[in-house]
Design a binder for this molecule. Structure first.
Ligand code: GAL
Length: 815
């Protein structure tokens, strides 16, 4: 279908919707038929501008993720003060080494009925977005992470047809500490409503009473453009998680003094929302103005209670728990910042299995799809807007906008997400330099007050790292929930001094490791660098400011006043390649992740899983057991397990039983045979439960010669929506299926049928291969290829070939 026909179809659909639903709202994503070009163009906002030579793109789109990687894309001569640096030095790979800096334009056109209200909602646009409709500026929003909307009704063409939408985006150099992405990387919505309508984020739902017997629900609905004299009637039905109407109300009001329209409900025997049972209700409201149906608006919500009790901790629905959380940046590894629901769901699926129950959206507003998924899949969320306030961390960072925009940014974030039950706390910032200013508390109070004003139901935290400052200057004492980043040795003192009598590990660990890399001798180390630019997967290495996971586990286990933690980070991300950030190209992605950039779990995943996932068995052995040249050398074996005891055998010879014990921090959480000696063959572990019964067994074998490629997809069936994704793990294995754990051959991909190859990653932080090209080297025997469904039902055949080994192929259905 050509563009003209598609536009016509959209117009017909919109009109059709309007007729059948009688003046109902219509919400469409503007995904297709966009033109894009990097560079600045004087007339690109004008309807007559000729964009035929521009690239055709689909939104969400990240213009920088296709690379190529280049050290010159983000060279910075800076001192990273939060890493204790005093002197500037040459930083490489800090924002991922990708070409995100510069200006870019996007153009499309859309139709909408001429007699309606038309609003454009951007879930985020990176950055400094200037939105033009029919050549006139409709709105400007500088902060690339926030959602914003503009009413473009007055700018529409009279007949509603062929309206030109143009968006100019600009990313300045030195504006970020990680890869921000570039362009229209989140969705753009076209919302068409009656003149009298519920505006964007126009409802606020709270649950003033929650118990097993009943819940009280308060719904406040804003209604725009209803004149003073109009009689407003709102009929709302509350639908249970299985879609049944559990209660309803019809209320009428003529005078509301500018207040939102309020309705109250009782839901008997509510199904409470929790990570383990993420039940979601809906309030479906029909709005009548003088008896004319003008809008139907659905608010999804959950019923749950949260309490933060001094000296007791955090309670969800009356039950005590500690956050088992991770921090994540927003990029999706090889997909960049371009948002994709299947990719987010894949991330959350891995985290869920690890026992993770909470996410911190460090250090910015998330995409709305992530919040919706956390509601649905059961993750508690701490949503955080800022990495800097009025004092700079980056030369061109948000401080340039803070004074003028902070309140508007906060309000949008709060209105966007205050109905989501998953959100259990707001954060107002991360390690902001303002924390050490004598008047920093005033800025914190300003932001915290906005949270309290717009959402009186949730407390506020702030990730603080300058403990001496914040204890002395009153900053920490005025935040609802004091959050410490690292500084585990100062938790107790902070608890003793602060009035809240609770401490949150707002950011923890920052252990560094590379999947499948093991360094000898095995020793605890800080900020160690190796010639190969990797870090050890024995999980004993951290940066000067950070620590190994065991310290945070102990803080949670030993102190009733800790309320849990958010580990830095769940997934590796583009940028911040510490400890290889100073003149250490080609490193350009992080090593902090529990899971690597290719979404492959590192060993550390199983350490967290062994402590956090109380329902599943974890029995994981490291390192791999293919060490030609290490014969006879001490090669410690670690086991991460939820069982208290295990016995190690190497080629049948017992190295004895180990039990978790208090003799050292690591011994509390890991089983370690420090004297194990390498000989090719078989490592076997038998685990015992607390009654001394042998309950599980695991074996790792020395790999033989690389023989074939093994493919394992996370999905066998995709939705034929042009967006759904399968993550295929590509492994080089020997003839018996053992992973060849140091293999790094190039694999070539092809996808045929009703889908396409989208991208690949191997998790190596030094890898400069472009993600979207259909070839990549394995890193320690593995990589991930991502396959994207097309829009027709059928079958995708994905093939991975390499020299010297038998090819692999896999079939994925699209439906
Ligand atoms: C923290 C910071 C994070 C990240 C992390 C790395 O200080 O909040 O954004 O830089 O260090 O360890």
């Amino acid at each position: 279908m050509n563009m003209k026909h598609q536009k016509q179809l959209l117009a017909v659909l919109l009109m059709g919707t309007a007729c059948t639903l009688q003046a109902q709202r219509s919400e469409t994503l503007l995904e297709k038929n966009w033109k894009f070009s990097k560079g600045d163009f004087k007339e690109a906002s004008q309807p007559e501008f000729n964009d035929t030579k521009w690239e055709s793109v689909v939104i969400p789109h990240d213009w920088a993720i296709f690379g190529p990687f280049d050290m010159n894309n983000d060279l910075q001569n800076v001192a990273v003060t939060q890493n204790f640096e005093k002197k500037a030095s040459l930083k490489t790979g800090r924002t991922g080494g990708l070409p995100y800096v510069g200006t870019g334009w996007y153009r499309t056109s859309f139709d909408a009925p001429a007699d309606k209200e038309v609003t454009l909602l951007f879930d985020g646009a990176m950055s400094e977005a200037r939105v033009y409709v029919n050549g006139k500026e409709a709105c400007f929003w500088p902060f690339g992470y926030n959602s914003f909307h503009c009413n473009v009704t007055p700018l529409m063409n009279k007949d509603g047809k062929n309206n030109t939408l143009a968006v100019r985006l600009e990313n300045r150099p030195q504006s970020s500490r990680w890869y921000p992405g570039a362009g229209l990387y989140r969705n753009v919505h076209l919302i068409v409503t009656d003149k009298v309508h519920v505006p964007v984020w126009g409802t606020q739902i709270t649950t003033p009473h929650v118990s097993k017997d009943f819940a009280a629900i308060r719904l406040q609905t804003k209604i725009d453009n209803a004149g003073e004299k109009t009689q407003i009637r709102v009929e709302t039905e509350i639908l249970s998680p299985d879609g049944k109407v559990v209660t309803s109300k019809e209320n009428t009001s003529r005078i509301n003094h500018g207040q939102p329209f309020e309705q109250n409900f009782i839901v008997n025997a509510p199904e409470l929302w929790s990570p383990e049972s993420p039940s979601l209700y809906k309030a479906v409201s029909k709005i009548y103005a003088d008896d004319r149906l003008v809008d139907t608006y659905t608010t999804r919500f959950g019923i749950r209670s949260i309490e933060y009790i001094a000296d007791k901790g955090f309670y969800l629905n009356g039950k005590h728990r500690k956050f088992q959380g991770v921090c994540n940046h927003h990029d999706l590894g090889p997909l960049g910042a371009a948002i994709n629901v299947a990719a987010l769901r894949h991330q959350l699926t891995l985290l869920k299995d690890m026992g993770c129950d909470a996410i911190r959206t460090s250090h910015n507003m998330p995409t709305p799809e992530l919040v919706a998924l956390c509601d649905e899949m059961g993750f508690m969320m701490m949503i955080e807007p800022f990495d800097e306030w009025d004092i700079a961390k980056c030369e061109n960072g948000y401080h340039r906008y803070f004074n003028e925009w902070a309140e508007r940014d906060m309000v949008n974030m709060l209105h966007n997400y205050r109905n989501n039950p998953c959100v259990i706390m707001w954060s107002i910032g991360n390690e902001v330099p303002t924390q050490c200013s004598p008047v920093g508390y005033k800025v914190a109070k300003f932001l915290q007050d906005i949270c309290h004003r717009e959402d009186p139901t949730r407390p506020v935290t702030c990730g603080m790292d300058q403990v001496t400052c914040v204890l002395a200057n009153g900053f920490a004492a005025m935040i609802d929930i004091p959050g410490l980043n690292y500084r585990t040795q100062r938790y107790k003192e902070s608890y003793d001094q602060l009035p809240q009598n609770l401490i949150l590990g707002s950011e923890t660990a920052s252990t560094v490791s590379s999947r499948g890399v093991y360094k000898f001798p095995v020793e605890d180390k800080k900020s160690t660098k190796y010639e190969d630019h990797q870090c050890s997967s024995y999980d004993v290495e951290a940066c000067s400011w950070s620590n190994i996971p065991d310290e945070d586990f102990a803080l949670a286990d030993d102190n009733h006043w800790t309320i849990g933690q958010f580990v830095w980070t769940g997934f590796d991300y583009l940028g911040e390649p510490s400890p290889y950030d100073t003149d250490a190209w080609p490193n350009h992605s992080s090593m902090f992740g529990i899971i690597d950039l290719a979404s492959l779990p590192k060993d550390r995943y199983y350490l967290y899983r062994s402590v956090w996932n109380k329902d599943a068995e974890t029995l994981h052995i490291l390192p791999h057991w293919t060490w030609p040249g290490r014969e006879g050398e001490v090669t410690p074996v670690f086991v991460y397990t939820n069982y208290p005891t295990a016995e190690l055998f190497i080629n049948g010879k017992s190295y004895g039983k180990q039990s978790k014990n208090d003799s050292s921090l690591k011994n509390r959480y890991r089983l370690m045979w420090m004297d194990a000696v390498y000989e090719p063959g078989e490592v076997k572990v038998i685990a015992y439960n607390k009654d001394g019964k042998a309950v599980a067994e695991k074996v790792v074998r020395t790999a033989g010669k690389p023989h074939h490629i093994e493919l394992v997809s996370n999905r066998n069936e995709l939705t034929a929506d042009g967006k759904d994704l399968a993550y295929v793990t590509v492994k080089v294995v020997d003839k018996d299926g053992n992973l060849c754990p140091t293999d790094n051959r190039q694999i070539n991909f092809s996808a045929k049928g009703t889908g396409k190859y989208r991208a690949a990653a191997n998790g190596d932080p030094t890898n400069l291969e472009q993600f979207h090209l259909p070839k990549m080297h394995t890193f320690n025997g593995m990589l991930t290829a991502i396959i994207q469904a097309g829009e027709t039902a059928g079958e995708i055949v994905f093939t991975a070939k390499a020299n010297g080994v038998k090819a692999g192929n896999i079939r994925i259905q699209t439906k």
